[in-house]
Design a protein around this ligand. Structure first.
Ligand code: BYC
Length: 474
């Protein structure tokens, strides 16, 4: 088990104190990070005491401690999962060779690009969620938002450590730029589409933590297979923290649904106007927000056929999530089928090499995982006797990246003309009016244990505390 230096200016389990140059470089980046947090992080809550979980080790049991902290005092640190002695490359052309403790020169720019892309998403999400604290539906939710935010900040640290430790001056410059691009900035936007979407309501926050953080889970799992061992160890530990973010999303959406069902029962209606007058989010609107965030997150996997992805796999750079579960780890000459538009308003099958299809394989695993929560949400509607089922749209719907980008389809994935899509899009995606309505519900509720009227309370509190615990001292 590695030892954790918690007293250091930058808590770490990488013996940072033994490498003065690296330590100095990171200590130099730290004030820039704090300045970014102050300017772009959760607005106006920096002086408040928040009941937060902090990573203090990498042992599966007891890796975190809970307590009140002002967010700027959070111990953002560098934690890598313990080294697995004798670890071998598990896929691709170098399968069976020893993993790399350093970046091979020929793959340097590829690794740098992947680490920068991953790193860019972390502060981007904090920026997107910056204003949500002002409209939190409860103290419990406010605390969960801040927990997610500080941990995304730590995930940025994780990537910045790799850039500083393994990529020299280029890495240091990239680390600075991670604080210079901003979500939604027209001149210097974040790299990936979803992370530039505005987020002004909590339904979007729950959908984002359910769907977009789950993309994070799958991308991190793929990087956790990497032949570059420090990257694999870093991302393995990030996955430990990620689970809570998806929990916030799943239970958040579930609680919105539960509250809507209660009011539907009380009023004995499924009439959207009546439910909106009663101040809850009608189920068709929940479906539209789901459609929006799910499809946006599908784009984060890249193109169905990608020579980049083939190159990552062949060279041991990035594997498939849970690579060990696949039968063939080399996929030298294997093929798979994908569906693409046929250019005549329909679709056709196309055969590609499995290596080229790695993004699509990962996306399919992701869709399966997304369905688990949807099934749970539908159990609640079923139990309430409401004949409404939430559904994931087709992976062909509303795509902006890959073979289906620019092809209009129905949510079922049937290609249609652009005019029909434009005429019907408000049936499928949040309209201006839907967004305005959901936004109008966002009123801040801060009395311990109280919930906004559009969301049910959680089943339990955090770390065995009651729901009415004072999770944030305002
Ligand atoms: N938006 O060959 P392709 C998370 C670009 S989320 C804009 O198919 P590739 C988190 C692509 O960069 C997880 N551009 O791409 C969640 C490429 O550009 P160039 C983040 C996009 O390389 C919540 C071009 O299109 N993890 O952790 O096979 C909160 C051609 O694409 C998008 C990672 O990103 C897009 N959506 O795969 C906080 C892991 N998609 O080269 C955090 C690291 C693609 O033509 N990244 N493009 O200029 C990767 O593995 C890959 O870069 C991607 C793309 C999977 C993203």
């Amino acid at each position: 088990m590695s030892t954790i230096d918690l007293q250091a200016l930058i808590p770490n389990n990488v013996n940072l104190g033994d490498n003065r140059q690296l330590q100095r470089a990171l200590e130099h980046w730290q004030p820039a990070f704090l300045k970014w947090w102050d300017e772009m992080g959760p607005s106006d809550f920096n002086a408040k005491q928040v009941y937060l979980r902090t990573a203090v080790g990498v042992d599966a049991q007891g890796w975190a401690s809970y307590g009140y902290t002002a967010m700027p005092d959070y111990r953002w640190g560098i934690f890598l999962a313990d080294k697995e002695e004798g670890r071998r490359i598990g896929f691709g052309d170098f399968m069976g060779q020893d993993v790399w403790q350093d970046v091979p020169g020929e793959f340097r720019s590829t690794f740098r690009r992947l680490i920068v892309t991953q790193g860019d998403t972390e502060p981007a999400s904090v920026e997107q969620q910056r204003l949500l604290g002002h409209t939190a539906p409860s103290l419990y939710d406010l605390r969960n938002l801040f927990q997610v935010n500080v941990e995304e900040g730590r995930h940025l640290w994780a990537m910045v450590y790799l850039l500083h430790a393994y990529f020299g001056r280029d890495g240091r410059e990239e680390a600075e730029e991670l604080l210079e691009r901003h979500s939604g900035d027209p001149d210097k936007p974040r790299i990936l589409g979803t992370f530039n979407e505005p987020m002004d309501n909590w339904l979007s926050f729950y959908m984002f933590t359910y769907f977009t953080d789950r993309d994070g889970k799958f991308q991190l799992k793929s990087l956790a297979e990497s032949a570059f061992d420090p990257l694999a160890r870093t991302t393995r530990f990030m996955l430990t923290e990620e689970a809570h973010h998806m929990f916030v999303g799943e239970t958040g959406v579930g609680r919105v649904i539960r509250r809507t069902l209660e009011v539907m029962k009380e009023l004995d209606t499924d009439d959207v106007a009546a439910l909106r007058r009663a101040g809850v989010v009608d189920l068709p609107t929940i479906q539209k927000f789901l459609n929006f965030w799910f499809t946006s997150s599908l784009d984060l996997f890249g193109s169905e056929a990608s020579s980049n992805a083939a190159n990552y796999f062949a060279n041991g750079i990035k594997g498939r999530p849970d690579e060990a579960r696949f039968a063939d780890h080399v996929e030298a000459d294997t093929e798979m089928t994908i569906q693409v538009p046929d250019g005549r308003g329909g679709m056709k099958n196309e055969t590609i090499s499995t290596r080229n299809g790695m993004n699509e394989i990962t996306r399919q695993e992701y869709v399966k995982d997304c369905n688990v929560g949807v099934t749970r949400w539908n159990m609640a509607t079923k139990r309430a006797g409401v004949p409404f089922e939430l559904k994931l749209p087709s992976t062909r719907f509303r795509r902006n990246v890959g073979g289906w980008a620019g092809t209009a389809t129905t949510p079922e994935g049937q290609p249609i003309g652009q005019a029909e899509f434009d005429a019907r899009k408000d049936e499928w995606l949040p309209s201006e009016a839907d967004r305005a309505y959901v936004k109008s519900l966002m009123q801040r509720v801060v009395e311990p244990g109280k919930m906004a009227a559009w969301i049910a309370p959680p089943d339990r509190g955090i770390n065995a505390n009651p729901v009415e615990y004072e999770y944030v001292k305002l």
